[in-house]
Design a binder for this molecule. Sequence first.
Ligand code: B12
Length: 210
Amino acid sequence: MIDFERLKTAMGELDNDTVVALLEKLMAEGGEGADQALAACQEGMNTVGDLFESGEYFVADLIFAGELMTQAMDIIKPAIVASAGGNVGKMLLCTVQGDMHDIGKNIVKAMLEAGGVEVVDLGIDVAPEAIVKAAKEQGVKVIGLSGVLTLAIDSMKATVEAFKKAGLRDDVKILIGGAPVTGEYCSYVGADAWSLNAAKGVEICRSWLN
Ligand code: B12
């Protein structure tokens, strides 16, 4: 088993070589502990965020962190996306308007697909009206909204409002996720459910689609 504390520190220090070496070791040993590795990488990203806020890291470091996190996920993805089997249906997923962060969304997407859910990925910075339009066109009843910035909460709320305005709110189930999301925000947004945990999100979507 690899040293997860070391992985977290290496991620926070943007030590590319150590992160890759540790994750490749984990995969070479059969992939056990991939979930813990994902959590350690996320904690490392929190360190990056803290150092950015305190002025020690700059936007260029955030960009590098994003690339490193993507690379890390590509290595361990085969071990975290355990297949739940059986196609259960189709849903929409995107990062909401104003937010360009997509690493978390892409992890959720990979896990949904492995869990038998067909995902229509609308990408990043998606306007509420575009989400409603896509839901109509695709005949989709489950919507997953991702957001990492605080402002994403208001975009999520605007998306729910757009479904109401289109007279479709009762026809769809809306799940929100991403770092700032809480139960309180879920009520504020008017979503049906929330989760910070990708695996839990897959469970919720599968139950709605079933
Ligand atoms: C990498 C990064 C970037 C990269 C993103 C690259 C990319 N392709 O995504 C780049 C460089 C583009 C970036 C830009 C910016 N960033 Co940035 N970024 C980060 C950083 C370091 C990591 C984010 C990340 O990928 N985390 C790892 C993933 C795996 O975690 P996650 O997104 O939370 O997803 C998990 C769960 O939340 C959940 N989940 C996510 N979505 C969903 C959806 C559903 C439906 C479900 C069920 C679950 C779920 O599952 C995932 C897997 O477990 C964070 C710091 C942090 N603490 O996270 C700052 C951070 C998010 N960024 C921040 C800021 C300020 C910015 C900029 C404004 C900087 C600037 N001055 O330009 C811009 C904003 C651009 C924009 N409009 O979006 C702030 C946000 C502050 C705030 N509260 O609003 C943070 C918190 C850093 C900080 N502490 O200051 N950033």
